[in-house]
Design a protein around this ligand. Structure first.
Ligand code: BGC
Length: 750
């Protein structure tokens, strides 16, 4: 059957379903069937996919199947073991989202999406609750690792690539959390107070790009309120902006147990209530019966849900195998992990390790106990995680085994002391750094050629990070870096620091102690192999920062407002531990000045700027040509990149627009509007990259009109190696114009 015949047939089936559903069944479809974690599962029925985040009601008499929803952003989160079988159901832990954005490679992210989609399909999952795409507003946000970037353009395009890759396999996605959900503290009782310009230009923009480019099958609304209204209860957000303005065709689901008023959610166009609770069904039925909710509204919600169901593998009776090709998926995960590693510092050609016979001393608990990804719903039950030392061993590179043994026995002892997890998603406390005195380090330095030292960080859902002992290094970590540096460098030997982190940390206080710093982020289950590929130069690092590394926390534009203020005499939900919530408000008073927009425009130096990353080779940027593009309208920009070094490598090229300053709207010094990555260029080889710019790329949001406008004056197209490294530029004059009017401004109450 061809595509349009299938669509016609599906439409007939769907209309037939709609005509026959009774109220109870409609409400049954809207409210999910519970989450498969202890205490939250409603049904006694057999769970099709153990560890699923939710499922929907099956209506066998109409042929409506139950569909399965499962997390999450770095791979599928399902239970690895099931009662009654010895089979295992491990999933591939892909690199975390921040690493994927660090590749700046849409094709690669699409490839990750494709294997992820296949894996989900082979495990019987219909919708993956990914990608997460909230903006990195503040480095302490506990879930930043699940998100891409501080920049909406990069976030939007990487998310679109992920959605396209997954959905091409027939599995749906859920871009999340829509919107302005940029912290975890009291997240379900948090009111985000934000200006319309910041919402439009920073927080909504990435979602807009992903929706328009990739049409995800679902969107997950955020827990928080925005200017007084829960995201899941905001008609303006879900119907006017998402559907009317952007043309979103799918269904919206709540975040798990999100929002307060199911009737308001239905009216707002938040179709699905997840993971579902029996009381919600009762409430909705009573609301229809009393006239508080029109049944036509429910019909619309149900229709959208049915459209998602009819496009699902379950409806098409896909015969899933429960045996995805985990070996092949691990290879793709490894490739991506290496492509997203960022070389931050490399003095005296310390890296790549020149000689495979080098004797390596691996310091830091993190070198032996690698972190594949964060915790919470973004976790993946993987079969293994390759650590740095395992990666080196796999490449037949010897490391100091005495040091290895002492670390390994120390880690085993420390892990045995950890208390049982108090709740399912708990973030385990970090294992304290092992202390080594100078004499011990001297003995190790005497018999090794180089020191590798790993700093690890983990974080996850429900809590944000702290400045002390997390953003800033712990005293024992600092002491270890300082003493290893003093001893090794005293003997003329080099020190390389590796950052196995999911989120930004402080570097200024110690970076002079290192000859090289490599940021492999949390690279998924193949992290150690991928990192080794980069360390030995099998892969030339080509990742660049998707988020700025400030010099100190106080420099972060939202440092003062994060994570918000508890409302005196506000409500409290006593759920215990990190689940307890207090009513809270957070004001995004930095407005549009997030990340590099702030650092550049206010001339605040960073430790490493947005877009920065070194390579083992060098590149020249030449021949910037700007033409009008006859086919698409707008501008066509060409630039030629040449590998001028002696090793093959790839370069991420960034196009920023610098708008005229001093107009009606205050503008950042420059803003990212396009990016591309070269192919692997051999020494002396070059490639011409092409970017297309539209009017919208020059526009800013004018709340008064309300409209996206271009202010008249001189604009500059800047081709950059990072947000601070302009290599070529071309100026052009633009006349003032309105690019796009929006129907109505967001009012204070949405
Ligand atoms: C998270 C979502 C996740 C859902 C299901 C919520 O706590 O915020 O991102 O998809 O749980 O696990």
């Amino acid at each position: 059957m061809n595509k349009s015949d299938q669509e016609t047939k599906d439409e007939i089936v769907l209309q037939n379903w709609l005509a026959q559903l009774n109220l109870e069944q409609k409400v049954g479809l809207i409210v999910g069937r519970g989450m498969d974690i202890p205490g939250l599962l409603e049904t006694e029925d057999e769970i099709r996919v153990a560890g699923q985040a939710a499922s929907t009601l099956e209506i066998p008499e109409l042929g409506i199947p139950s569909i399965i929803l499962a997390d999450g952003p770095a791979g599928l989160r399902i239970a690895p073991k099931r009662v009654g079988t010895d089979a295992t159901f491990y999933c591939t832990a892909f690199p975390v989202a921040t690493l994927l954005a660090s590749t700046w490679d849409k094709e690669l992210v699409k490839e990750i999406g494709a294997v992820y989609g296949k894996e989900a399909k082979e495990y019987g999952v219909d919708i993956v609750l990914a990608p997460g795409m909230n903006i990195h507003r503040n480095p302490l946000a506990g879930r930043n690792f699940e998100y891409y970037s501080e920049d909406p353009y990069l976030s939007g395009h990487i998310a679109a690539a992920m959605v396209k890759g997954i959905q091409a396999q027939g599995v749906g996605t859920s871009i999340k959390h829509f919107v302005a959900n940029n912290s975890e503290t009291n997240r379900s009782m948090l009111d985000t107070v934000v200006s319309e310009r910041a919402l439009r230009e920073i927080y909504l923009r990435g979602f807009e790009i992903a929706v328009k480019e990739a049409q995800p099958r679902t969107v997950m609304s955020a827990y928080n309120k925005i200017n007084g209204t829960y995201a899941s209860e905001s008609y303006y957000l879900l119907e006017n902006i998402l559907r009317l303005d952007w043309g979103f065709k799918g269904a919206v689901m709540t975040d798990w147990f999100g929002g307060k008023d199911p009737i308001a959610q239905m009216i707002a166009g938040n179709d699905w209530l997840m993971p579902g609770e029996p009381k919600l069904r009762k409430q909705l039925i009573e609301a229809v019966e009393s006239g508080a909710l029109q049944e036509e509204i429910l019909d619309q919600n149900v229709e959208r849900i049915l459209r998602v169901i009819i496009s699902s593998p379950s409806y098409h009776k896909y015969p899933y195998s429960n045996q995805p090709d985990l070996k092949q998926h691990a290879l793709v995960a490894r490739k991506a992990a290496a492509e997203g590693a960022i070389l931050l510092k490399n003095e005296k050609g310390t890296l790549p390790l020149s000689n495979s016979k080098m004797r390596i001393a691996a310091f830091g608990v993190g070198s032996y106990d690698f972190i594949a990804g964060g915790t919470g719903s973004g976790d993946v039950n993987k079969a293994y995680t390759i650590s740095l030392v395992e990666g080196l061993n796999n490449a037949s590179i010897a490391i100091d085994t005495d040091l290895q043994e002492s670390y390994e026995s120390y880690i085993t002892n420390e892990k045995a002391k950890l208390p049982e997890k108090a709740f399912f998603f708990e973030l385990p406390p970090p294992i304290p750094e092992m202390t080594l005195d100078l004499i011990a380090i001297q003995a190790i330095a005497a018999k090794n050629d180089i020191a590798l030292l790993t700093i690890g960080r983990n974080s996850g859902e429900f809590q944000d990070r702290q400045v002390e002992d997390d953003f800033n290094l712990r005293t024992a970590e600092l002491a270890l870096i300082q003493s290893v540096s003093e001893v090794f460098r005293g003997l003329g030997k080099r020190v390389v620091v590796l950052l196995n982190i999911g989120n930004v940390i402080e570097l200024m206080s110690w970076r002079d102690c290192a000859d090289a710093i490599l940021l492999p982020w949390q690279g998924g289950q193949e992290a150690g192999n991928a990192l080794t590929d980069v360390l030995i130069g099998k892969v030339n690092p080509s990742g660049k920062l998707p988020t700025s590394f400030p010099q100190r926390y106080a420099d972060v534009p939202s440092a003062k407002s994060f994570p918000g203020k508890v409302i005196p005499d506000g409500e409290t939900h006593e759920l215990g531990g990190v689940m307890t919530s207090h009513e809270m408000e957070i004001t995004f008073d930095e407005d549009i000045w997030v990340g590099y927009r702030h650092y550049l425009s206010k001339a605040i130096p960073t430790a490493y700027p947005f877009g920065f990353g070194l390579s083992y080779t060098s590149f020249s940027y030449q021949d910037l040509i700007v033409d009008s593009d006859q086919k698409e309208g707008g501008l066509k920009v060409n630039v030629t990149i040449q590998n001028t070094g002696d090793k093959a490598g790839k370069e991420v090229v960034q196009l920023y627009i610098a708008a005229p300053l001093g107009g009606k709207l205050e503008k950042p010094l420059r803003e990212l509007k396009a990016f591309a990555k070269t192919k692997l260029l051999q020494p002396q080889e070059s490639e011409t990259l092409t970017f297309l710019l539209q009017d919208m790329d020059l526009a800013s949001f004018d709340t008064q009109q309300p409209a996206w406008i271009i202010e008249g004056g001189q604009y500059s197209i800047q081709i950059c190696a990072s947000s601070q490294d302009v290599r070529l530029e071309k100026k052009l004059m633009e006349e003032a114009k309105v690019v796009e009017r929006v129907p109505k401004a967001l009012t204070q109450k949405m």
